[in-house]
Write a protein that binds this ligand. Structure first.
Ligand SMILES: [Zn+2]
Length: 394
C-alpha cells in the first residue's frame, strides 16, 4: 500500500488533530474529544494494517466497517476509485461489491456503486461484466454516464453497430452532439467491408457516415477508395478533391492517391500543378514528398532539388533539410558524396523522430496517422501534420 492510500486515510486524521488544536482555544475541548471518540475503531485498525503493508487485511476491516457506518460512503467510493486508478482492479471490485450488499443503500448510491463497479470491470478488461453493469443502469441517475461507458466498451470490442445504437440513444437522452463519432463508427464499418471487398456494405455504411456528417473527411477518403476499387477513377478523384472545400489540412492525406489517379488518367503534369498549388496554399511535408517525387520524374533531379530549396527557405525544417541532402547526394560523386553521406546519417536520426504524428489530446506519437488515438482512444485528435511541422506552426 503506498502513499496515495495512506494519504487518503491519514488526511482526515490530520485534519481532526489540527482541528482539535485550533478549536480547543475557542470552543469546548470536552465536546471535541467526545466527537473524536465517535470515529469507528475499525478505521484505526485498518490504518494500522495499511501502515504495516498489509493492504488485503486493511481492506477486510474497511469493508466490514462500511456495512455499519452510513457516513463512510464517500470515503469508500474514493478508496475504490483510487484502487482502480492504481491498476488494483480486484481490490476496487471488492470495495464496490461490498457497498452493493448493503441493504440500506439509497437507489442513487446503489446506481453509483454499480457504475463504479462497471468501470472496475472495464479497467480489468472484463468487458462482458462491464457491459452488464452499464446496461443495467438505464432509468437511473447514472444512465448517461453508463451509456457513454457502454459506448467505450463497444468501441474496444469493435462492435461498431452497437456503439452507433448507444451513441444515438445517448444523443437523444443527453442532447450531446455525437455526429462526428457516429460518422467514425460508420467509417470503421466501411473500412472493414472495403478490406473484404464487400462493396455494397461499404457503400451503405459510407452513406450513413455522410448522413451523420455531410463533410466527413474520412468518409470522403473511403468513398474515393471504394470508387477506385470499382475502376471509377474520375469519381474517386471528385471525392478526394472535394476535401479541399472543407479542410486544406487533410489534403495531405490524399496527395499520394490524387497524384496516382492523375497518372492513371495520363494527366501527370496537371496533377503535379494541382499538388503544387496545394503546397503553396498550405505547407505540408506529405504533399511536398509527392510533389518532389513527381518533379523528379517529370522534370529531372535539378528541378526537384530547386523545389526542395525553395520550400526549405519558405518553411525551414530538419525533415526538409534531410530530403535536400538526399537530393544533393544523388547528384554528387567522390569526396563530396562521402561528406554528404555523413551529414545525411546524422540528420536522418533526428528527422525520423520529428516525422511522427502526435495526438493533441494525450501526446501519443505514432509513425502513421490515426483517426482514433491508440493511446487515449480519442477520435479526431491527430492533426495530419508531422511533429516538426506543428512545432514550426506554433
Ligand atoms: Zn491520445
Amino acid at each position: 500500500m503506498d502513499t496515495e492510500v495512506l494519504f487518503l486515510l491519514i488526511v482526515p486524521c490530520a485534519f481532526l488533530v489540527f482541528g482539535l488544536g485550533w478549536l480547543a482555544a475557542r470552543i469546548d475541548i470536552k465536546h471535541l474529544l467526545e466527537s473524536a471518540r465517535t470515529l469507528p475503531r475499525s478505521y484505526f485498525r485498518g490504518l494500522n494494517y495499511l501502515l504495516n503493508e498489509q493492504p488485503d487485511q486493511a481492506l477486510d476491516i474497511f469493508i466490514e466497517a462500511v456495512q455499519t457506518d452510513p457516513d463512510a460512503l464517500d470515503l469508500y467510493f474514493t478508496l475504490g476509485a483510487l484502487f482502480r486508478r492504481r491498476g488494483e482492479s480486484d481490490r476496487a471490485i471488492r470495495v464496490h461489491e461490498s457497498l452493493l450488499v448493503r441493504s440500506d443503500l439509497s437507489e442513487t448510491d446503489r446506481a453509483r456503486a454499480r457504475y463504479e463497479l462497471g468501470l472496475d470491470f472495464l479497467k480489468a478488461g472484463m468487458l462482458d461484466r462491464a457491459e452488464q453493469s452499464f446496461a443495467s443502469l438505464r432509468d437511473t441517475p447514472q444512465e448517461n454516464a453508463a451509456l457513454a461507458a457502454l459506448m467505450d466498451v463497444y468501441q474496444i470490442e469493435k462492435e461498431w453497430q452497437k456503439a452507433i445504437q448507444i451513441a444515438q440513444e445517448l444523443e437523444q437522452k443527453s442532447g450531446q452532439d455525437l455526429r462526428k463519432k457516429i460518422a467514425q463508427y460508420y467509417c470503421e464499418i466501411a473500412e472493414r467491408a472495403l478490406a473484404l471487398s464487400q462493396d455494397e456494405q461499404a457503400e451503405a455504411a459510407l452513406l450513413q457516415a455522410f448522413t451523420a456528417e455531410r463533410t466527413h473527411v474520412r468518409a470522403a477518403i473511403l468513398a474515393g477508395d471504394l470508387s477506385l476499387s470499382q475502376g471509377e477513377v474520375a469519381r474517386a478523384l471528385s471525392y478526394w478533391l472535394g476535401i479541399e472545400k472543407h479542410s486544406d489540412l487533410h489534403l495531405a492525406l490524399v496527395a499520394q492517391r490524387v497524384m496516382k489517379a492523375y497518372v492513371t488518367q495520363h494527366q501527370a503534369a496537371e496533377g503535379l500543378r494541382l499538388l503544387h498549388s496545394w503546397l503553396q496554399k498550405s505547407a505540408s511535408l506529405d504533399v511536398l514528398e509527392v510533389v518532389f517525387e513527381q518533379t523528379l520524374q517529370q522534370q529531372g533531379p535539378e528541378a526537384a532539388h530547386q523545389l526542395l530549396l525553395l520550400e526549405l527557405k519558405r518553411t525551414p525544417t530538419l525533415i526538409g533539410l534531410d530530403k535536400l541532402v538526399q537530393s544533393r547526394l544523388n547528384m554528387s560523386h567522390g569526396q563530396v558524396r562521402e561528406e554528404l553521406e555523413i551529414v545525411k546519417t546524422l540528420l536522418y536520426q533526428y528527422a525520423r523522430r520529428l516525422s511522427r504524428y502526435t495526438c493533441s489530446h494525450c501526446g501519443f506519437k505514432a509513425r502513421q496517422f490515426y483517426w482514433q488515438c491508440p493511446g487515449c482512444q480519442h477520435w479526431n485528435s491527430y492533426v495530419p501534420r508531422r511533429v516538426e511541422e506543428l512545432e514550426v506552426m506554433s
